[in-house]
Design a protein around this ligand. Structure first.
Ligand code: CP
Length: 320
């Protein structure tokens, strides 16, 4: 009877807002001189990462520490996976040490679900599984948009949101698309047919998800432009003629935005490839919310850890 956060698919608008509301209250903690609250004192969080990460790993670690939990980071390179231990044996070994929450990143889609099915006492958080989902990234993106649009008294419902680039391999796009659909937003998937196949719309139930291959049409009147990293590590065949050819057509530049989506703000989950999917001018310019996304990563992960630990606590109280 433990709760997990494995994906955004299937979460309701209320459930998403519950995470965002909790994150909103944790933003202030990170602005204090003493950035620590005793909320998770005595809890243990294991971050196990089988893939490289800068933002997600650092922010989960910081989030746990700011909540006063004990955090341990295990990377595949320095774990017994190197000696041939299976994923299941590794996480069962870690569970034997009684952690309360296990945060996992893995290159295989479904890895977090697999782990959650086999663990009985620890909550599992998906920190990115293959090309499947990256739920905390979607939540921090929404929190960033919520803060931005609140300045003009707009909510984050009723937005036109475009994902530009390698949608096919993007877990960030998948989690975000489910989230925007739950909020009733219009979603545009923009890129070459190899990276944004026409049938992708049907994966999300058609309706509010539109596939557009022409970037000028795709950008038109968007409120939010999400640039996606070209994920060469997940591409097992040639999806584009060359990075040069790709960027000539699909790199999001200020010139394009000024003309086709002048009021838009820009997100990028990072790491960014300047000049490939986003120009340096856009990444560092006034419409970029990229730094704010990273900043919000800590508050969102504090919220997720707090809500999962609290729900485990209430289950314990129920069975007392
Ligand atoms: N956005 C994101 O997941 O970045 P990292 O790979 O650095 O964690």
């Amino acid at each position: 009877m433990v709760d997990h956060l494995l994906g955004i698919e299937g979460l309701s608008k209320n459930e998403i807002n519950r995470y965002l509301d909790a994150a909103h209250s944790f933003v202030e903690v990170s602005e204090r001189d003493i950035k620590k609250v005793p909320t998770l004192r005595g809890k243990t969080i294991v971050n196990i990462f089988f893939e490289p990460s800068t933002r997600t790993l650092a922010s989960f670690d910081i989030a746990g520490k700011r909540l006063s939990a004990d955090t341990i980071n295990v990377s595949a390179g320095s774990s017994s996976v190197k000696k041939g231990e299976t994923l299941l044996d590794t996480v069962r070994t870690l569970e034997s040490m009684n952690p309360d929450i296990l945060v996992i990143r893995h290159s295989e889609s479904g890895a977090a679900h697999f782990v959650a099915r086999h663990l009985h006492r620890a909550s599992v958080v998906n920190a990115g599984d293959g090309a499947h989902e990256h739920p905390t990234q979607a939540l921090l993106d929404l929190l960033t948009l919520r803060q931005h649009f609140a300045k003009s008294k707009r909510s984050i419902e009723g937005l036109r949101v475009g994902f530009i680039g390698d949608v096919r391999h993007s877990r960030v796009a998948r989690s975000n698309i489910w989230a925007h659909l739950a909020l009733g937003n219009e979603v545009r998937l923009v890129g070459p047919p190899t990276l944004v196949p026409s049938e992708m719309s049907a994966v999300f139930g058609g309706g509010s998800v539109h596939v557009v291959h022409n970037i000028l049409e795709g950008l038109r009147d968007l409120d939010v432009v999400v640039c996606l990293r070209m994920q060469l590590e997940r591409q097992d065949q040639h999806f584009i003629p060359s990075l040069d050819e790709y960027s000539k057509e699909y790199c999001v530049s200020e010139k394009l935005l000024e003309r086709y989506a002048p009021a838009s703000v820009v997100l990028h989950p990072g790491p960014i490839n300047r000049g490939t999917e986003i120009s340096g001018e856009v990444a560092d310019g006034p419409r970029s919310l990229i730094r704010q996304q990273v900043n919000n990563g800590v508050a969102v992960r504090m919220a997720v850890l707090y809500l999962l630990a609290r729900s485990a606590q209430s289950h314990e109280e129920i069975i007392k």
